[in-house]
Design a protein around this ligand. Structure first.
Ligand code: ASP
Length: 486
């Protein structure tokens, strides 16, 4: 990341601006074309053979007006000949090399997209069927789900409030990383929510797979898992075996792709800093601050308060008991990797019963990800601020909140899974997936922090559910089962 950033900055400093004066081989009717290309804007000054002059500008930061475009795409549509001249003879070195690096970095993003659909499907199937006839667990299941959804939503709300207060994407002015910059279309909230409900009920699951429409994929996979459990007669077992096999393969594949992350980060950082200059760090710095503050607030204030209120435990003592699992989560950036330690710390060090721990914690590692939910919401709103040069309207922020919740449910407990799932949210609010490139550079460090919050929330959930399990509601534990007369 540092190497890429450094290379990009050097390119930006050394070749960030190019001034070209063209008087030969010009399109018919033109006498002279002067092009000034730099990180902030590109300008064409044109003199026709009749002596009249005109000016064309591409500047993502300025409002559209006659002769001023926010994107090269718009310019190329209106002035194809001038745009061609720019591509062939007017681009700065930083833009030429930035584009090449972007193409290489995009290969890494393509790989992430490649695994997203099969990873989500197999992870969800294996997790949901794995809880084995969840409906039997009645109240415990309902409470657990309620806890998961409520805390994830609280995390998302914290993130959204902070990103609107701090406005990390608007601090350095609009970014040239934006390739589109379409103005945001305001839709009514009702319309927006109804569209999400429709997406949850795919008319054609195969079409959703091909699109891919992640919301529809998640909801259909959940339906399949739930109805497989209802079928009985070993149907769910057979499906689980297949899903486990697929999940193991997809995990291996994802881990292999993640090993390429340094290369992907290198090229994408080079692209971003070459075309944008050092300001990206300043705006990424604010993004880092926003996510970190949100995670801290949720992990240090919200969750401990809930634990204290509902389980009557001392949150500090409880965190100390869970520390082996939290440290593993931080260093591995994987809820799954930390799971064995989460279960053993909860049961042996924090005194949570085995029946609660063995149900709540594995399920939590798969579907309860408060840190990921918060990060997804902040990251997408940050990207939107950078891309559009303004904050998303309220209706779109509601979509971000709802889809971030679903994305966190669908994310696997492995490093960078949240990054893969972010595609859902970007797609829901019409942002280009390529914009993920701008946050990739700091993803690992944020992944470590959000995974710790994910695991901490699972543990807090187990403590609360355990406290709620009055003896008559409790499922028999192992010793009780063994003592039961047969
Ligand atoms: N690494 C996270 C986890 O395992 C998921 C994510 O990427 O947000 O919990």
């Amino acid at each position: 990341m540092l190497l890429g950033a450094l290379g990009g900055i050097l390119l930006n400093v050394g070749g960030g601006e190019r001034r070209t004066e063209l008087t030969e081989r010009l399109p018919a009717g033109l006498q002279r074309v002067a092009i000034v290309d730099n990180a902030a804007r590109t300008q064409w000054n044109v003199t026709t053979t009749e002596g009249t002059t005109a000016e064309w500008i591409v500047d993502p930061g300025s409002p559209r007006s006659t002769g001023v475009f926010r994107t090269f795409e718009e310019m190329s549509k209106q002035q194809p000949a001038l745009y061609e001249l720019y591509l062939e003879r007017g681009q700065s070195v930083a833009h030429v090399w930035g584009k090449r690096c972007q193409n290489l970095g995009n290969l890494f993003l393509r790989l992430l997209k490649m695994v997203a659909v099969p990873l989500i499907i197999t992870s969800l199937l294996s997790g949901i069927i794995g809880i084995g006839g969840a409906s039997r667990f009645g109240r415990m299941f309902t409470r657990t789900m309620f806890y998961y959804l409520a805390t994830s939503m609280l995390a998302i709300i914290t993130g959204i409030i902070l990103v609107n207060l701090i406005r990390p994407g608007l601090r350095e002015g609009p970014s040239t990383a934006a390739s589109g910059g379409e103005s945001i279309e305001g839709k009514g909230l009702g319309e927006v929510i109804f569209a999400q409900i429709e997406a949850l009920l795919p008319a054609n699951p195969a079409a959703a797979l091909v699109a891919p429409d992640f919301l529809s994929i998640i909801s259909f996979t959940l339906f399949v898992a739930i109805f497989a459990l209802r079928c009985g007669g070993g149907v769910a077992d057979r499906l689980k075996k297949a899903a486990d096999t697929g999940f193991a393969i997809m995990m291996e594949m994802t881990m292999a792709i993640i090993r390429l992350a340094p290369l992907g980060v290198f090229f994408l950082m080079m692209y971003v800093t070459a075309t944008q200059g050092i300001s990206v760090f300043r705006s990424l710095g604010w993004y880092l601050v926003t996510v970190t503050l949100g995670l801290l607030f949720h992990g240090v204030i919200t969750l401990p308060l809930i634990v204290w209120l509902f389980s009557k435990r001392n949150p500090w003592q409880f965190a100390k008991a869970m520390s082996p699992s939290l440290l593993t989560a931080f260093s591995s950036a994987s809820s799954n990797a930390a799971l064995p330690l989460t279960i053993s710390s909860a049961e042996q060090r924090a005194g949570i019963s085995n029946r609660t721990g063995s149900f709540v914690l594995p399920l939590g590692a798969t579907i309860n990800m408060d840190g990921t939910a918060l990060y997804e919401a902040v990251a997408v709103l940050f990207i939107a601020q950078v891309y559009h040069g303004e904050a998303l309207p309220l209706a779109s922020q509601v979509i971000v909140a709802l889809t971030a919740l679903l994305a966190s449910v669908g994310a696997a407990g492995i490093p960078h899974a949240g990054l893969v799932m972010m595609v859902i949210i970007l797609q829901a609010v019409g942002l280009p997936v390529e914009m993920q490139g701008i946050i990739l550079a700091v993803d690992r460090i944020l992944d470590m922090a959000r995974t710790t919050v994910n695991v901490w929330s699972d543990a807090c959930g187990a403590a609360i559910i355990d406290a709620f399990e009055s003896p008559e509601n409790r499922l028999p534990n192992n010793e009780e089962l063994q003592q039961k007369p047969r």
